[in-house]
Design a protein. Structure first.
Length: 183
């Protein structure tokens, strides 16, 4: 019997027709054998992080987010870039996932970032900022997996090479050994 690897997928765009959401869905539908990609919806319902809201019982949307990520073996962020950085909804999700400090839902969890933007940079800065924030939140960053795909000269949804690259990134995230990386 093969063990199942669960990957919580955080999509940085809230748009229903977002290219990054479509990439996440395509990867979910074509996940490697033994891998389940769980797209965590509802990020728009999570209030901006406020320690007062988190004092006794966190809001339901934040608790649902934490539980879904806590149940996962890995986290994959699929995000565009907004004004040279990560979308606010993604930053907010990471804020909630980082608490309680030192014991948040991403603590010790391997995390990678992929995505695309219609620029020559493909979301490079958003991905760098996401990794930086996630590392501070306690995630174990899978450095070699980041894929910042420019959407300028290629249809990222139809290009088989792009899909192969992104699927390989998912496999790298699955294969990542946090214990070997720490050694």
């Amino acid at each position: 019997m093969t063990a199942t690897t669960r990957i919580a997928v955080l999509v940085g765009s809230l748009r229903a027709d977002s290219v990054n959401r479509q990439l996440a869905e395509a990867l979910r539908d074509d996940a490697p054998e033994g891998v389940v990609l769980d797209i965590v919806d509802g990020l728009e319902n999570v209030p901006f992080y406020n320690e007062d809201l988190d004092a006794d019982t966190a809001p339901e949307a934040a608790t649902l987010l934490r539980n879904r990520v806590d149940e996962a073996d890995r986290v994959l962020v699929v995000t565009p870039e907004y004004n040279g950085t990560m979308p606010a909804v993604l930053n907010n999700a990471l804020d909630w996932l980082s608490r309680p400090y030192g014991d948040g839902a991403v603590q010790g969890t391997p995390l990678a970032v992929i995505g695309t933007t219609p620029t020559p940079y493909g979301g490079k800065w958003a991905h760098e900022h996401t990794l930086h924030s996630a590392k501070i939140a306690g995630a174990v960053i899978v450095e070699d997996v980041t894929v910042s795909q420019p959407g300028v000269e290629v249809d990222v949804l139809a290009d088989t090479e792009v899909h192969r690259t992104l699927r390989a990134a998912v496999q790298q995230l699955v294969d990542f050994d946090p214990d070997a990386a720490a050694a």
